[in-house]
Ligand binder design. Structure first.
Ligand SMILES: NC(=O)c1ccc[n+]([C@@H]2O[C@H](COP(=O)([O-])OP(=O)(O)OC[C@H]3O[C@@H](n4cnc5c(N)ncnc54)[C@H](O)[C@@H]3O)[C@@H](O)[C@H]2O)c1
Length: 327
């Protein structure tokens, strides 16, 4: 049986979702919606789909099995609730929604309808992260002592869609957007939840006084492991590096590049598992969940756990103290 999907939001990541679907069996995209008619039509023409500007009309008419929601963050709640009410499973982009309350509303409705929420936490499908997770699972490195995650980039660039730099629409700046990836990566790699957050943010980007451009965070996992995250988006040199320190060795992940392992004080590169488009892996996972009637790892509950950490980070910076993450 072929599962049908429609896309809502034909922007940067929406395109990648359709590209992945076009190369998969067992799932077919039939239509897409974007309020920008030209963008909708261009994208629809490329993939041979029907274009809509009104997502409600599309969902009501096409009645897909899956609605892919790739929209500005402030629209996630409204659109997710509509699609669930129409009986669709969701592939909902990260961060799941703007707040803990919004996530809970979406989860409650999905549960009451027996529908799946799959939050697009792509870090879990990147080859280097999967390689590192396999090494951690072997359990030969002893106890995890700390995690240090560093991500730097130029965030305030002219090609960034304007809504990302409007906190009412994005939920914040670099923390709400890229911080979601760092938090997910740590929780997933360590198979735990972040329970405490202490953070110091900076608001130094010219023209964007209410959008944070960096965050230094100290996050504690449910197993008591301290994790530092340093995230900056000024005129940074693009880098993404995670180091996990164990009692009997260390792992270093250079995202999209390589994985390094040390058991004796010297790092050696470890062959990464074959890199597969993370969007493809996400859909394969979602299709299996629908077929088997089970919740994914990136469930609504999981997506909400990431949003709760984001909220705790902002609160910690505002209150200038460590904050417990909602559980
Ligand atoms: N998982 C990842 O690695 C990853 C990467 C990039 C973005 N994202 C996430 O994907 C989502 C979208 O980000 P993006 O970079 O594609 O943004 P984008 O701005 O490029 O695309 C959003 C699209 O939504 C459309 N839109 C806005 N309001 C609409 C409405 N009411 N109805 C229909 N369409 C509407 C816009 O016209 C635009 O085309 C965000 O949640 C973002 O955080 C995830």
């Amino acid at each position: 049986m072929t599962i049908t999907a429609t896309l809502i939001g034909a922007g940067g990541i929406g395109d990648s979702h359709l590209e992945a679907i076009s190369r998969l069996e067992g799932i077919q995209a039939s239509a897409l919606a974007d309020i920008n008619l030209e963008r909708a039509q261009n994208c629809a023409d490329r993939f041979g789909l029907k274009a809509y500007t009104d997502y409600r009309a599309m969902i009501a008419e096409v009645k897909p099995d899956i609605a892919i929601i790739a929209l500005p963050h402030f629209l996630h709640r409204e659109v997710a609730l509509y699609c669930l009410n129409q009986g669709c499973h969701l592939l909902l982009e990260k961060p799941m929604a703007l707040s803990d309350e919004e996530c809970s509303e979406i989860i409650e409705l999905a549960n009451s309808k027996g529908l799946i929420i799959f939050v697009g936490h792509t870090q879990q499908y990147l080859a280097q992260n999967l390689t590192a997770k396999a090494l951690i699972r072997e359990g030969r490195l002893g106890n995890l002592i700390m995690v240090n995650d560093n991500r730097h980039c130029s965030y305030f660039t002219p090609d960034r869609p304007a809504w990302f730099l409007d906190p009412a629409k994005s939920g914040g700046g670099i923390v709400a957007n890229l911080g979601a990836h760092c938090i997910d990566k740590i929780q997933w790699l360590t198979d735990s939840r972040i329970v405490q957050a202490k953070a110091i943010l900076s608001y130094e980007a010219e023209g964007y006084p209410d959008v944070e451009g960096s965050a230094s965070m100290l996050l504690t996992t449910s197993q008591g492991v301290p994790c530092t995250v340093n995230l900056s988006g000024y005129k940074g040199v693009g880098s993404e590096e995670t180091e996990l320190v164990f009692t009997h060795g260390m792992i270093k992940i250079l995202n999209h590049k390589s994985v390094w392992l040390s058991r004796d004080g010297v790092y050696q590169e470890v062959p990464s598992i074959e890199s597969v488009n993370p969007m493809r892996l996400q859909f394969l996972d979602l299709l299996a969940c629908i077929r088997d009637g089970r919740q994914p790892y990136c469930s609504g509950d999981y997506g909400r756990s990431v949003v709760r950490v984001i909220e705790a980070v902002y609160e910690s910076d505002k209150r200038k103290q460590e904050v417990a993450v909602k559980s």
